[in-house]
Design a protein around this ligand. Structure first.
Ligand code: LMR
Length: 438
């Protein structure tokens, strides 16, 4: 430990290269300085780094060899390397061998993909799908789906322009919905003291929200807390939402990642559909297929009738067309190839389970190591929380110290992406956390 810390401080003390800068006036053309007093962008202020992606930038700039990035939610294998799923490799190979054309997809994307994405979320036997009541469009991953949904609701939802999101929620939710034209308000979700779901607070806030409000729900693997309602708690949430005629907006970025079972993770969404809720859904294939940079996602709405579906779909297209015209095809074709082929589909589900299981084993290992070091804190939430993240309970000061003195990177709220832990870095991570919490 001591030797690691020593190496860490050596890496920090890099000499700053002195540079002799020539004064600008000696080289700048006189006519130019006379015409333009200052740049057009002189008043653009420096923006803050992104709460999640900014962490990766800082991590990349760090020279310490034992550095650990637990900021962004991106799966790593046990060697800490990005993981391309074998099912994805196989699907991609099949596609390349077909030499498909690169024509535009329609505004709503690759039809084979959207059909299968809807079946994965709602289940192939879903009454809403059989009755042709699901509007679906491909999107630029989950974030794009949220944005399409936000814009569509801001334009057409007749009762409210406010969306209620849980406290805490994914760091980008507020910005996405505000930029879509919605007002964002919080509802209670997480009980910090008991490190659990604040069910009473949640139910109370949803019942106090004005009738017909829009409610954002994380379908599974709540980001950042890793705390999900149980099926019974979802039933209670559904009851309040129904009573108040609220509109549910599900964000499902981790289907399969929470439990290792894609059907189990879709429980809340499917239950709400069965209960006849008015709802919409943002889906992402970034995590469960590892298609991060391919930007594969979908936005869908369950509506009342096939006739209504046509009208709503026409307006969804009008939202999409000026935003990015139509989505990229390659990643969607990969997802469609996997979902549409029985053998590949089964292989993929096993691979998702494998990723979920590696995360679960890293949770146990981190907890064990902290306890073995003699930490007297209760770390049981590390193993009780699910999905990609652990909400550690570390304070902003502890997070800062971990970053500055130990090169361990996580988001400011103390969220760690458990997918970034490996059997090699877990000891250093536990020692570092122990050092700042003892
Ligand atoms: C995360 O929460 O880390 C991921 O959803 C990645 C992102 O875009 O923020």
């Amino acid at each position: 430990m001591a030797s690691l810390l020593l190496r860490r401080s050596a890496a920090l003390s890099r000499p700053v290269a002195a540079r002799a800068l020539a004064p600008r006036w000696r080289t700048a053309p006189i006519a130019c300085t006379a015409l333009r007093a200052s740049s057009v962008w002189a008043k653009v202020p420096q923006g803050p780094p992104d709460a999640i992606l900014g962490i990766t930038e800082a991590y990349k700039a760090d020279k310490f060899t034992e550095k650990i990035n637990l900021g962004v939610g991106a799966y790593r294998d046990d060697a800490g390397k990005p993981y391309v799923l074998p099912s994805v490799k196989e699907a991609e190979l099949r596609l390349v061998q077909q030499f498909l054309d690169k024509e535009y997809a329609g505004i709503t994307g690759v039809p084979a993909f959207t059909k299968l994405a809807a079946e994965l979320a709602y289940s192939p036997g879903s009454a809403a799908l059989k009755e042709d009541r699901v509007v679906i469009t491909q999107s630029i991953s989950g974030t794009g789906a949220l944005r399409i949904g936000g814009e569509f609701l801001a334009k057409w939802y007749p009762y409210a322009k406010t969306i209620y999101i849980p406290t805490p929620s994914w760091a980008n939710h507020t910005a996405v919905f505000k930029d879509s034209g919605l007002e964002v308000k919080p509802y209670r979700y997480y009980d910090k003291t008991n490190i659990s779901l604040d069910l009473a607070g949640l139910l109370e806030d949803l019942s106090l929200a004005p009738e017909n409000s829009i409610i954002l729900l994380h379908a599974c693997a709540h980001n950042p807390t890793g705390v999900d309602p149980t099926p019974e708690q979802w039933q209670q949430i559904s009851e309040v939402i129904k009573k108040k005629n609220h509109f549910s907006f599900f964000d499902m970025a981790y289907q399969g990642f929470a439990s290792g079972n894609a059907d189990k993770d879709a429980y809340a969404l499917r239950y709400f559909v069965e209960q006849g809720h008015q709802l919409c859904l943002a889906q992402s294939f970034a995590k469960n297929m590892g298609l991060y940079g391919e930007r594969v996602g979908a936005y869908s709405l369950v509506v009342d009738s096939p006739e209504e579906k046509k009208r709503v779909e026409s307006q969804v297209k009008i939202v999409v067309r000026p935003m990015y015209s139509n989505p990229p095809v390659h990643g969607a074709r990969i997802a469609a190839e996997i979902l549409g082929d029985e053998k590949l589909h089964a292989q993929w589900l096993a691979e998702v389970k494998g990723m979920a299981e590696r995360i679960i084993s890293m949770r146990s290992l981190l907890k064990e190591k902290l306890e073995a070091l003699g930490s007297t804190r209760d770390w049981s939430h590390i193993t009780s929380q699910i999905g990609m993240f652990c909400y550690t309970g570390l304070t902003p000061e502890q997070v800062k110290t971990l970053r500055e003195q130990y090169s361990v990177y996580m988001t400011g709220d103390g969220r760690i992406s458990v997918a970034g832990i490996t059997s090699k870095n877990v000891s250093y991570l536990a020692e570092s956390i122990y050092a700042v919490t003892k």
